[in-house]
Design a binder for this molecule. Structure first.
Ligand SMILES: NC(=O)C1=CN([C@@H]2O[C@H](COP(=O)(O)OP(=O)(O)OC[C@H]3O[C@@H](n4cnc5c(N)ncnc54)[C@H](O)[C@@H]3O)[C@@H](O)[C@H]2O)[C@@H](O)CC1
Ligand SMILES: [K+]
Length: 484
């Protein structure tokens, strides 16, 4: 797992470390790491042009020292000082010694010819939307030819939330120090940070335990263990699915298929789309009776395409009255938002999977702080909230959060949510902790989306078809993608 550390946690760890290291040592570590990444991106230093945008804080200091490293290797470095009176004095001296040029914000011509632009305007000390002069430079850098590299955090991005007010520096790479900050991987910030490179400056042992994480393929592989010798089809957890309707069986077919393809244990389907599901998935055990008559299951998925009429409401209430884990999706979210006590009174795990509009039905818009909003709803309902988005956020009622790293914009198409709830139900039926399990489902869903998107625009059925090879790949078994 990759821990995501808040600004307060980074500052606290820095304070401890600063007291134990010679003055300037941390900034040197940061600047050396930054220059190393820049060299890798440029391929060579000699003869290249680098423009550093330099604010009046330590973030600007990092950019100046890194510029000095690059200048010492033969790069032509220009520092554009936004606040000449406050630029980091030692950094400025180092850059000048190494032969770098220094100008003010009125003379940013270097931006139009740079091979690489360093954004050292503001880091974790940045507050609010970029001021006009900084915004102008960030916009100019965006249209210029140089590779845009953010120092620690793209200026204008809130490091804790990813919120952007107005303009931010549109980095293609962000070189961040000590720990990945949440704002680099979630919300709008994710789009401004590009590829994140973490430079170790020794903060690790002093950092508080993070409250937010990203899962890796290895973490997710633990949720996808193949059956052991002693397993049979029941011992690995059976998932029950209530989805679709006689007129619209599509959601039921996608959800059931996704569950089957995620874990080829047992999948039961109960609902009015029974004929459609039977025709598509002879492997599922299908009934058009109520969930209570479907046979034993270890987890339920309820809601995709069920509608919100009285019958649908009574089926939802029946499922939520069980003491089993339940995934509440789509139409079931609309109904749960009307009667949140159906969720609150449960003691077994519930996972809600809203997109932004569904989230708002529970009483508050998502807003710019996606992790904070998901945490608030999770705590209010005592349920895990999986808030869908470009970077899906999962929040546990205890405040632990996960941010998904594998999402692609290709997934923004009809039916992909039905696939996610099928994956999630299948994984939840094994009895693993619900928040991490939900994060694992989002990760796998994203990986399947990446695979399906390689050959052009994807439709939800492509995700289902790609799931088995994707599970194989994430498990690291090296199963060959069948290309189906
Ligand atoms: N504390 C330390 O020992 C270390 C700090 N490091 C660097 O220091 C940074 C934090 O430094 P600071 O606390 O000095 O703060 P920053 O340099 O991140 O931010 C303060 C500067 O940003 C400007 N600024 C703030 N909001 C702005 C806005 N909306 N528009 C335009 N300009 C704005 C301020 O005028 C000031 O010049 C980290 O992000 C990291 O880059 C690293 O060198 C590692 C070691
Ligand atoms: K920056």
């Amino acid at each position: 797992m990759i821990g995501l550390s808040t600004v307060a946690d980074v500052r606290a760890a820095e304070d401890v470390l600063l007291a134990r290291t010679p003055e300037g040592a941390l900034m040197q570590r940061a600047a050396t790491g930054l220059a190393t990444v820049c060299l890798r991106l440029l391929g060579r230093a000699h003869g290249t042009r680098v423009t550093a945008l330099v604010g009046g804080g330590n973030n600007g200091g990092d950019a100046l020292f890194a510029g000095a490293h690059l200048a010492a290797r033969g790069a032509r470095v220009t520092a554009v000082l936004l606040d000449p009176g406050r630029a980091h004095p030692a950094g400025l001296a180092a850059l000048r010694r190494a032969g770098g040029r220094v100008t003010g914000p009125g003379d940013p011509d270097g931006l139009d010819r740079a091979d690489l632009v360093l954004d050292g305007i503001a880091g974790i000390g940045g507050r609010g939307g970029l001021r006009p002069e900084a915004a102008r430079l960030a916009e100019r850098a965006a249209t210029g030819p140089g590779i845009p590299v953010a120092v620690d955090v793209p200026s204008g991005v809130d490091a804790d939330t990813g919120a952007v007010e107005g303009t931010a520096f549109p980095a293609v790479h962000t070189v961040t120090f000590g720990a990945v900050k949440p704002g680099l991987v979630v919300g709008e910030g994710r789009g401004y940070a590009g590829t994140v490179h973490l430079v170790d400056i020794g903060l690790g042992p002093h950092l508080a335990r993070p409250r937010a994480y990203q899962l890796t393929d290895d973490d997710v592989a633990a949720h996808l263990e193949p059956p052991g010798d002693g397993d049979d089809k029941y011992s690995r957890g059976v998932v029950g699915i209530v989805a679709g309707s006689a007129t619209y069986p599509g959601a039921a077919v996608l959800c059931t298929g996704a569950a089957l393809r995620t874990r080829a244990g047992l999948v039961r389907y109960a609902g009015t789309a029974a004929d459609g599901v039977r025709a598509s998935w002879p492997e599922a055990i299908v009934t058009d009776a109520r969930p209570g008559d479907a046979g034993r299951v270890q987890a339920w998925v309820v809601g995709p395409g069920t509608g919100t009429d009285d019958d649908a409401r009574s089926v939802l209430a029946e499922v939520l009255a069980t003491d089993l884990p339940v995934v509440v999706d789509a139409d079931a979210l609309t109904m749960a938002a009307r009667e949140p006590d159906l969720v609150r009174r449960r003691s077994a795990p519930t996972v809600l999977t809203p997109h932004d509009r569904e989230f708002a039905r529970f009483g508050a818009e998502v807003g710019a702080d996606r992790i904070g909003s998901a945490r608030r709803l999770a705590a209010d309902l005592g349920a895990v909230v999986l808030l869908k988005g470009n970077a899906t956020v999962v929040a546990d009622p205890d405040g632990t959060a996960f941010v998904n790293a594998t999402g692609t914009t290709d997934l923004a198409t009809a039916g992909t949510g039905d696939v996610l709830s099928g994956i999630l139900g299948a994984l939840l039926a094994t009895g693993t902790p619900p928040a991490e399990t939900a994060a694992a489902a989002a990760h796998l869903h994203g990986r399947a989306g990446q695979a399906a998107g390689e050959s052009g625009p994807l439709i939800a059925g492509d995700l289902v078809r790609r799931l088995s090879p994707t599970v194989g790949r994430v498990r690291g078994l090296g199963l060959r993608d069948s290309g189906a």
